[in-house]
Write a protein that binds this ligand. Structure first.
Ligand code: PRX
Length: 577
């Protein structure tokens, strides 16, 4: 693969990176040697939340700021490591009083407020399983997740609670809803003990779960163990290059795995001071945050970078970013233009990192010590074996396109798919974990992303299953059926596009363009209101008939090919079309 090389020079190393020699480390690496950088209990057990926060309280970091928090309206709060440890102990005790124990599922449905972080840690500390929910979720998305997980307790606030009330009667196993901004909760919190016995867990014991989308069916619950913290910690140290002097900002939401791994567990396990901005995306506001907190390390997503680009380097130059020394990105392909723009705007590149909800931590990355091939995702993290394999799990040669695959057994690999053991098994072929992404490896060992092997949509970095959106659309009385695809988009990577077949009485009506446009808008809003604020179709096209296989499966790849003006490929299994 031809590419422009960004060669690291002295100016890139104002400070020596934590990992100085990738190749040498990769050759000699053994996870066992790094386990000792974590805190293990005397009985050999571990707790991921204890490693993120409490272990620092016994050191000089006790009074170090763990969290600077700022809201849209400029409200600010700050918490030391000790504050976070004690507040999460309290949350743990409150949950225990509600009879939450090991293995129980407790879900958090909150915006990025401090209570979200205290809750997450408190749940892990008592050995329960934490689930996180984007605050953009509406009733259908909430019901799917809370019902499938049999969540016992939900932690939310008074703004979001009404959405759960609407579906409460469908959730017989949801015993309690804690509303963190009520007077009674505040009182309870104040009176609850901040002393807590932290559960000793095996690395495989479940710690948190995240629902994520595939091509078919409802979202599936990816479950991670306490042992994930080892890889989250070491990747935060070597890829994000976190050091004690750093002030670090990850822009992700913990409804997404990035927010859990690099806003809570991995980054705090490094003892770093973090900034959390709870407000919306806005270029000027983001730059103010970078400047005001003198951020040194920044982890964000390609769509955000692409949204900053049109504001130009001009806007960047109005701020003082002299503290910034390292920038990384995740979640979708990092296009070369975004990197070259960053070099001209910030004087340094973004470092692409590749991983998934299922992998639990970064897997293929660009290290600070490594030259960047602009457009490549980088190389496998030490302790991981990555390859390009065919559908039978046979390793392919350099420069051949195939499935990006990993040798199972890395510390942060998912433990299971909640109550779907067959689904879990289906990820593995010939002792390779098949990622669902297609790519290739070049002769220098860099991995390149080509695309998804399935119909999963990535819009602004969010993973959306077409089936969920199709199901939401057909719930509208005007719709008979719908096929949903990701349509390439220069800003958001992809946008959701829906092809909709209408009930016959509607079909005549839409010959009037105005009526048709109104119905399109109504359908978009319908999905937004019932499924999720971010998972709605930005484009809708009415069609007479969907391409289907003879067994009735919607052929999304044909919709996509047509949309993009590409050949439709093999249609031998297709119903007459
Ligand atoms: O298709 C890949 C894409 O995002 C998928 C994983 O999405 P999710 O589980 O939501 O986790 C994202 C956060 C870790 C992958 O299968 N993806 C992720 N990172 C990259 C990427 N595609 C290209 N380049 C990346 N760096």
């Amino acid at each position: 693969m031809k590419s422009v090389l960004y060669k690291k020079t002295k100016k890139d190393f104002k400070i020596l990176p934590n990992l100085e020699d990738y190749e040498r480390t990769y050759e000699r690496f053994n996870w066992k040697d790094w386990e000792k950088e974590l805190a293990w209990f005397e009985d050999g057990k571990i707790n991921a939340a204890y490693n993120a926060v409490d272990r620092h309280v016994d050191t000089w970091r006790k009074n170090k700021i763990a969290l600077y928090w700022e809201d849209d309206d400029g409200t600010q709060k700050k918490y030391t490591f000790e504050d976070v440890a004690l507040a999460s102990n309290k949350m743990g005790n409150i949950l225990k009083d509600f009879d939450v124990g090991r293995g129980d599922r407790v879900f958090i449905f909150l915006p990025r407020i401090p209570e979200l972080f205290f809750s997450f840690l408190g749940i892990l500390k008592i050995g329960a399983i934490a689930g996180t929910l984007f605050s953009a979720f509406q009733e259908q998305a909430l019901e799917d997740r809370l019902a499938n997980s049999d969540a016992k307790v939900l932690i939310t606030n008074s703004e979001l609670k009404p959405r759960v009330d609407k579906i409460r009667n469908k959730l017989p196993n949801l015993k309690h809803i804690l509303v963190v901004d009520t007077e009674s909760f505040t009182k309870t919190f104040a009176h609850t003990s901040s002393e807590l016995h932290i559960s000793h867990m095996d690395p495989e014991d479940y710690a948190f779960m995240l629902y994520t989308s595939g091509t078919t069916g409802k979202p599936k619950g990816i479950v991670h163990g306490h042992g994930t913290v080892l890889q989250q910690y070491l990747t935060a140290k070597w890829v994000l290059d976190l050091k004690d002097e750093d002030t670090y900002w990850c822009t992700a939401d913990p409804g997404w795995v990035t927010g859990i791994a690099y806003e809570i567990l991995g980054s705090w396990a490094c003892g770093v001071t973090s900034v959390i901005f709870a407000g919306r995306f806005d270029p000027k506001r983001w730059y103010q945050i970078l400047e005001k907190y003198r951020i040194t390390v920044w982890y964000t997503a390609p769509t955000a970078i692409r949204m900053l680009m049109p504001k130009g380097t001009q806007l960047v130059k109005q701020f003082d970013f002299s503290s910034l020394r390292h920038m990384c990105s995740v979640g979708e392909p990092l296009n070369p233009e975004a990197i070259t723009w960053a070099i001209s705007a910030f004087g340094m590149p973004f470092h692409d990192t590749w991983w998934q909800t299922e992998t639990g931590a970064m897997c293929i990355v660009n290290f600070p010590c490594m030259d960047i091939k602009i457009g490549a995702m980088g190389k496998p993290f030490p302790g991981l074996t990555a390859a390009i394999v065919d559908d039978q799990g046979k390793v392919l040669k350099d420069n051949e396109e195939g499935n990006i695959a990993l040798k199972p057994g890395w510390p942060s690999m998912m433990q299971t798919v909640w109550r779907r053991p067959q689904k879990y098994k289906s990820y593995f072929v010939n002792n390779w974990y098949i990622t669902g992404d297609r790519g290739m490896r070049d002769k220098d060992g860099y991995f390149w992303f080509i695309g998804r092997a399935d119909d999963v949509i990535k819009t602004s970095g969010e993973r959306v299953g077409p089936f969920e959106v199709e199901s939401a659309l057909v719930a509208h009385p005007a719709v008979i059926e719908a096929g949903v695809i990701g349509k390439p988009d220069p800003l958001r990577g992809e946008i959701i596009k829906a092809f909709v077949v209408l009930q016959s009485d509607q079909q005549a009506a839409i010959s009037n363009k105005k009526v048709g446009d109104k119905l399109k808008e109504e359908l978009s809003q319908f999905v937004k209101k019932h499924l999720a604020g971010h998972a709605y179709p930005r484009e809708i096209e009415f069609i007479d008939k969907l391409p289907k296989t003879r067994s009735g499966k919607i052929m999304r790849r044909i919709l996509k090919a047509k949309e993009m003006g590409l050949p439709v490929g093999d249609t031998s299994t297709l119903e007459e079309y």
